[in-house]
Ligand binder design. Structure first.
Ligand code: FNR
Length: 341
């Protein structure tokens, strides 16, 4: 199977799996406030991820790049979406472009289309410092995402089987790179133990990439003869993972994994996240509805976040960290068992 075919398969299976999984946000309820003392016009969406300043708390998380025309077209659309709506964009893993320079243009187009935007480069934890520098240079990135994807690799027939030394490599890259390093999961969540270990390195932020959305076990199992389907419901739901990581680390915590709408975005921010990533939901919209409607949808999400902030008495994104909420069900149980209350 060629790399282009594999990337196409990933997109198609991402669109057809994982939508029934729960990221935990149904267990979070806000306490209504009748005297919020705010005005819609005073609410603002400016956000920060450590030293990075952003005009929106949402970003498009890493998906495509490399491959054939199909993925190239999607990457082009995602970069135009980011430009039109002012949101940051992470490119998909650039390892293939580091190995096959003819794939570089499918990544470079993202910077070409959006010269002023915030762009994250992306590599796996097997990368070297030199590869990290090249990936950043390729898209003139403002930060580098390093993804952790043990379960995907194990379920991928041609995947890695040796995960030793990842933390040390991440530590070295984050010390030596000139841009911030964001470590992200890819749909299985970051535990408090992993967050604590990462915060002892020079990493700048953690994206919890929790369970409840795109499910790489389900995706890869579609491509296997003998399924490893015990991994299909493996992982820390995103709402739980935000609390796990936030409790264990002073680093900025970013939230992603199964986030589909403005209410879930605001809940993720209120649990402690500084920024919220969406991958599958944006991909679905681009493929099913096209670029123009997706731009409209993201603009509506921005408006709706401001309505929710107004109702909750918050003018700034960081004010959301202090709003009262009730946590029930599985998320509450998990917090109790893990000592996160
Ligand atoms: C991804 N994701 C991903 N992540 C990463 O760090 N590098 C990558 O190359 C990719 N590739 C990729 C392809 C496709 C088609 C999808 C849908 C996703 C994972 C992505 O960034 C995110 O962590 C997960 O998809 C969980 O978020 P959602 O999709 O539930 O919002």
């Amino acid at each position: 199977m060629t790399r282009a075919q594999r990337k196409r398969d990933h997109i198609n299976y991402a669109l057809s799996t994982g939508q029934q999984d729960k990221a935990g946000f149904e267990d979070i309820k806000f306490v209504h406030q009748s005297l919020p003392n705010t005005a819609l016009g005073e609410t603002g969406l400016q956000s920060r991820i450590g030293e990075l300043s952003l005009s929106s708390p949402i970003f498009v998380n890493a998906m495509t790049g490399g491959g054939g025309e199909y993925t190239s077209k999607i990457n082009g659309d995602l970069s135009l979406l980011a430009k039109e709506t002012g949101i940051a964009l992470a490119v998909g893993s650039q390892m293939s472009a580091l190995k096959s320079p003819d794939e570089r243009r499918t990544y470079e187009i993202v910077r070409k289309n959006n010269p002023e935007g915030i762009i994250f480069a992306n590599l796996g934890s097997e990368a070297t410092v030199q590869q990290a520098n090249e990936a950043v240079e390729m898209v003139k990135a403002d930060a580098l995402q390093i993804h952790l994807n043990v379960i995907q690799e194990l379920t991928m027939p041609e995947g890695d089987r040796d995960f030793r030394g990842a933390l040390e490599r991440i530590g070295e890259i984050s010390e030596r790179l000139r841009v911030p390093v964001i470590v992200k999961e890819t749909g299985f969540g970051i535990s408090k133990e992993a967050a604590r270990a990462l915060s002892e390195t020079s990493v700048s932020a953690i994206d919890v990439g929790g369970y409840g959305g795109t499910n790489f076990s389900k995706i890869e199992n579609q491509r296997r003869q003998r399924m490893l389907d015990f991994f299909d419901d493996w992982g820390i739901p995103t709402a739980v993972s935000i609390v796990e990581a936030y409790s264990a680390s002073d680093l900025p915590i970013m939230a992603s994994g199964g986030i589909r709408n403005s209410l879930e975005i605001v809940k993720a921010l209120s649990l402690g996240a500084c920024s919220v990533g969406m991958a599958g939901a944006i991909l679905r919209s681009i493929v099913d509805k096209g670029l123009t409607d997706t731009i409209e949808e993201v603009n509506e999400i921005h408006t709706d976040i401001r309505y929710l902030m107004c109702a909750l008495g918050c003018e700034k994104i960081e004010d959301l960290h202090d709003v009262p909420m009730i946590i029930s069900g599985q998320v509450h149980h998990w917090m109790k068992v893990r000592g996160l209350e």
